[in-house]
Design a binder for this molecule. Structure first.
Ligand SMILES: CC(C)(COP(=O)(O)OP(=O)(O)OC[C@H]1O[C@@H](n2cnc3c(N)ncnc32)[C@H](O)[C@@H]1OP(=O)(O)O)[C@@H](O)C(=O)NCCC(=O)NCCS
Length: 192
């Protein structure tokens, strides 16, 4: 069993949506994934474990920003069975590399629930995002979001993909774990 992080294709969109529905309460209609794929094809990355999509990152360019090219992470998740293997960090680094190299973005932003310790650790401590503000009641259930941002320095994103987040390391970790890809639905998502 091996896992790799690769650019998504149109054929992966259903599996990405399924992964999102299993992992997060913030869900999207399929056409929103399709819009991302058509507009910014390099910014959808998937973790593929022997043909099963076990994680994804959905990123885009900030469309409200006219003078500068800025990236935004729309959504990230990894199936419960495949967590703590470094997949999310590798997915994020692949998105960073594409933002920097394909689109020449100067930075990338995201929102995260203030209670989401796992994601906060990933963004703040591993990927070096900085907290730039709080958006009160950002989420439908009333929870606040941290607004986080990472500024790219030349060459940084690529170096990270080729370095500690490399596919071989990842494959070894997933093989060691021997995790299966079959999942049961945790909850039904609310599509918007
Ligand atoms: C957050 C999430 C994407 C992390 O995925 P992952 O593949 O397990 O993350 P990684 O294996 O790449 O781990 C990255 C870092 O986060 C840490 N981490 C992962 N899960 C953690 C947890 N539950 N608590 C604390 N730290 C955690 C890892 O230890 C690692 O840090 P380290 O390098 O210092 O050891 C995953 O837990 C998830 O899909 N959660 C539900 C969806 C979600 O919250 N998405 C983010 C929305 S903003």
């Amino acid at each position: 069993m091996g896992a790799c992080v690769r650019a998504a294709t149109i054929d992966d969109l259903h599996a990405m949506q399924r992964c999102n529905l299993l992992c997060l309460p913030e869900n999207y209609q399929l056409k929103y994934y399709l819009y991302h794929a058509l507009a910014w094809p390099a910014l959808l990355q998937v973790a593929d474990c022997d043909g099963a999509i076990v994680g994804y990152v959905l990123a885009k360019l900030d469309e409200e920003c006219e003078n500068e090219i800025r990236g935004h992470i729309t959504s990230l998740s990894v199936l419960r069975t495949h967590r703590k293997l470094g997949l999310a960090a590798t997915l994020m680094r692949a998105a960073h590399a594409a933002l920097e190299e394909v689109y020449d973005a100067k930075d990338v932003s995201l929102h995260v629930r203030v209670s989401n310790e796992a994601a906060l650790h990933l963004y703040r401590d591993v990927l070096r995002y900085e907290r730039v503000g709080v958006e009160e009641k950002y989420y439908a259930d009333g929870e606040d979001a941290y607004n986080m941002r990472k500024t790219f320095r030349e060459g940084e994103a690529r170096a990270k993909v080729d370095g500690d987040g490399d596919v071989e390391t990842l494959r070894t970790r997933v093989e060691r774990m021997g995790a299966g890809a079959g999942q049961k639905s945790k909850k039904k998502g609310t599509k918007r």
